[in-house]
Design a protein around this ligand. Sequence first.
Ligand code: ZN
Length: 307
Amino acid sequence: MSSSRHAKTLERACDGEHLAIWGLAGQQQLEIVLSELLAERESRGSRVPVVSLLMRGREDAEWIERAVRWLSLRGRRVIVRTRVVMPRPVVTALHQAHGCEDGCEGRRGGGAVVELELAHHKPAIQRALLGQQADPAAALLLQAQHLETLEIPVVARLGPLMPGIHDQGNGFTPLLRNVEAADVSRIVLQIGQLHPQQIRALVDCQRELTAAGVLELARAYGVSAMTMLGGTELPADEDGVVHKLKSRRAQAFTHGLERLVTDAGLELPGCGCQSHCELTPQRAANDYEAGYESVMGRDLFAGLAGC
Ligand SMILES: [Zn+2]
């Protein structure tokens, strides 16, 4: 299989490469695939101390549970980024990966964090932006409270954020209020790109938006207003096209939203990366003590032998 269809380096985080992995439902040789994805990078001399697992639908629960355990045993920090309420086995795996407090022997994982994907307080727009499987923001935030009682750190990943949908008091502030009400204080902002399937889904639920907002969205992303209002079909030659904000517009938009977040007394990542360094257990002075285990060693061969 081509690994690039299931994984991508998200960023250079503070302590190494931050990898994202998705779409491995039904993968029989999960452990081998995970080993290969890490080995690809480690063989180039990269450390991969943090891995995000993307849970986009219910079918992802099984492989993500196994991946959380596998990665955690090898000292990696695991971030489950989810748009669906997680079933109990995934939560249990995260609880164990995060480790317990005093009195728990053998804690050696790199920690666990949950990112809840929240695009909008209205369920129809949440689904239009994140896909039909996405649960409502309120349901995801209800689970946040359970995760907090297990001391699993929770981060609200707000996005995809788009001008016309998330300007000021319109869509963004209500979402922020829901997050605050659930006692989640850590926020990551993700500015959106506009994909064809999102355009079609937004046309179908445009009565949930204001007309001015829809026009603003069309202008910001360079999509025809007639298409965005549902007057004409998306042209065939635009079917695979992903629309992006111009960089200056994206910067100004981000800056405005960041100010709303900090004015509300909520926290943005302080270290400059999005791998939640500040939420991990205190790192030991070297990798060995922290439990970080390279897959280039015995693991690769153990994996190939089917252990
Ligand atoms: Zn960092």
